[in-house]
Design a protein around this ligand. Sequence first.
Ligand code: BGC
Length: 350
Amino acid sequence: MRALTTVPLQPDTLDVVDVPDPTPRDGDLLVDAIAVGVCGTDKEIARGEYGWAPPGHDRLVLGHESLGRVREAPDGSGFATGDLVAGVVRRPDPEPCGACARGEFDMCRNGKYTERGIKQIDGYASEQWTVEAAYAVKLDDRLSDVGMLMEPTSVVAKAWEQVDRVGGRAWFEPERVLVTGAGPIGLLAALVGAQRGLDVHVLDRVRGGPKPALVHGLGATYHHADPESVLDRVRPDVVIEATGVPAVLLAAVGGTAAYGITVLTGVSSAGHRVTVDGGDLNREIVLENDAVVGSVNANLRHFEQAADVLAAADVGWLGRLVSRRVPLADFADAFEPREDDVKVVLTFDR
Ligand code: BGC
């Protein structure tokens, strides 16, 4: 079968190659791929900047934003042939650390976790794949065109859970959320904010393209002015930061309402220095009991929450998040950014 693979840390090695058909182990589902989403991490791996092949292999099968249909399911697994499913990305470290031992592998403490399509386990960008039933999540059948949004939605579900848990330190009834960045993560974070009945604001650089209408489609407000002035006007109780741009995230941390919570989800590269008034920033955080929390990845619970978020969403709106559907054979197109791209996906039509 065909799979999208690369040699990690070697640029220009991204290619569709033939790999052996997967053989389900005890308790595994065998799944026919429908699509995989392409995200910033995939592009980083393709550029040779990140990623680890499975031990003893040169190439890594990419793909962690999965969607497929079950071909074979073991009896008693809770899955049946024809079910729409997505696979969880991370697996616990082998020791395991205290968090991994409790199913909270998204909070792994020793960094020895593995991730499908990223770190030491082949991903889901192959015509067929297997997944342990315990690491698969069933999707509402209406999501057969958009269910590859499950993984980014799980990341967002975790970020919102962090808001709830950090907010739970004291009385907490947030009204306004500012999402910085209107990429897939930002827009899905805004979707959750809207589902929670909050006054949702989204900030991005662009004036045109599909983003303003996607934000308005949620009943939310779109901003493209400088971050400081937007924060001044909105004074959000919660910020979900999805740009990873240092100047934006520092403005957000300093610009929340009292008891503000900023969740950082954007992965940035090192080497972007900015000048900040550290004294003023510290004063703001301390005198307002503000909190800043980093959030990455998602465990099974967050995938289940994501399935509920997508099931409750307008499928037409989710479909508008998918800018391009690129057949596997044309994979290079999917990795080439185009103006107005929100989410690009690879498809596995047979
Ligand atoms: C994925 C996460 C993963 C992270 C770091 C992100 O693109 O969505 O699941 O933990 O990359 O590898």
